[in-house]
Design a protein around this ligand. Structure first.
Ligand code: PEP
Length: 253
């Protein structure tokens, strides 16, 4: 368990029509709306952001988007800008989720441009990194993490980093039911924190919150959160089940 304030975010991915998203947000609000010791955020799909934001108004639960483009407006069909996300009440955006990288084929350079533009626009960023199963088997996990960090966070200042959370999400653990062991996750988190110290300095490293993501459930959360460098969770599947999500948050409280 770390000294930093934990942050738990639900990534709802491409799930829920507006009414379903609002109902889920209301359940999350009634169980967690007054939790102060953990930062709690939910990241619905774009079409539900405004309605979910309204449903969460007056609670402590923060609103996040799942991605944000690199321009404020213009001829970018299908994209959405940080300014639009701020307009509907977002505080956060996820950037670099493995599904953007590996399903949609987005590069490290694009994640960097998105991160920089989101931050300069006033959003906070949950920046996701993580290795594929083949990369872990080939013993190149740290190399992959280092590349994603070096290219993805290039050009940021230590001040910028205050508005960044890093999410370590091994791709083989996302949506598979195969959670990384606390030792595997901690090893990666230690590497990530060491990289932040090397590039941005010790103060940034000790403040940086590093979430773990990948099949976190009420059963696996406690063992993970006991680790010193695990500062919270980015939760996919279990965040769609309000009771499970509440247990995960309470484990960090
Ligand atoms: C995610 O998509 O960020 C994630 C961690 O998903 P899951 O919890 O379902 O593995």
């Amino acid at each position: 368990m770390a000294l930093r304030k934990a942050i738990v975010a639900g990534n709802w991915k491409m799930n829920n029509l507006v009414a379903e998203a609002v109902a889920l947000a209301e359940e999350v609000r009634s169980s967690l709306g007054q939790v102060r010791t953990v930062d709690v955020a939910v990241c619905p799909t774009y079409t539900s952001l405004y309605a979910v934001g309204k449903a969460l108004e007056g609670s402590l639960i923060q609103l996040g988007a799942q991605d944000a483009y690199i321009k404020p407006s213009g001829a970018f069909t299908g994209e959405i800008s940080p300014q639009m996300l701020l307009d509907v009440g977002c505080m956060w955006t996820i950037i670099g989720h493995s599904e953007r990288r590996h399903v949609l084929g987005e590069s490290d350079a694009l994640q960097n441009a998105k991160t920089r533009f989101a931050l300069s626009s006033g959003l906070k960023v949950m920046f996701c990194i993580g290795e594929l199963l083949d990369e872990r088997k080939a013993n190149i996990t740290n190399k992959v993490l280092e590349r994603q960090l070096t290219l993805g966070l290039a050009g940021l200042s230590p001040e910028n980093l205050e508005n960044v959370v890093i999410a370590y999400e091994p791709v083989w653990a996302i949506g598979t039911g195969e959670t990384a062991s606390p030792e595997q996750a901690e090893e990666a988190h230690v590497f990530i924190r060491g990289w932040v110290a090397k590039v941005f300095g010790d103060a940034s490293a000790s403040q940086m919150r590093i979430q773990y993501g990948g099949s976190v459930t009420p059963k696996t959360v406690e063992g993970l959160f006991e680790k010193e460098n695990i500062d919270g969770f980015l939760v996919g599947g279990a965040s769609l089940k309000p009771v499970d999500f509440a247990v995960i948050v309470q484990a960090c409280a």
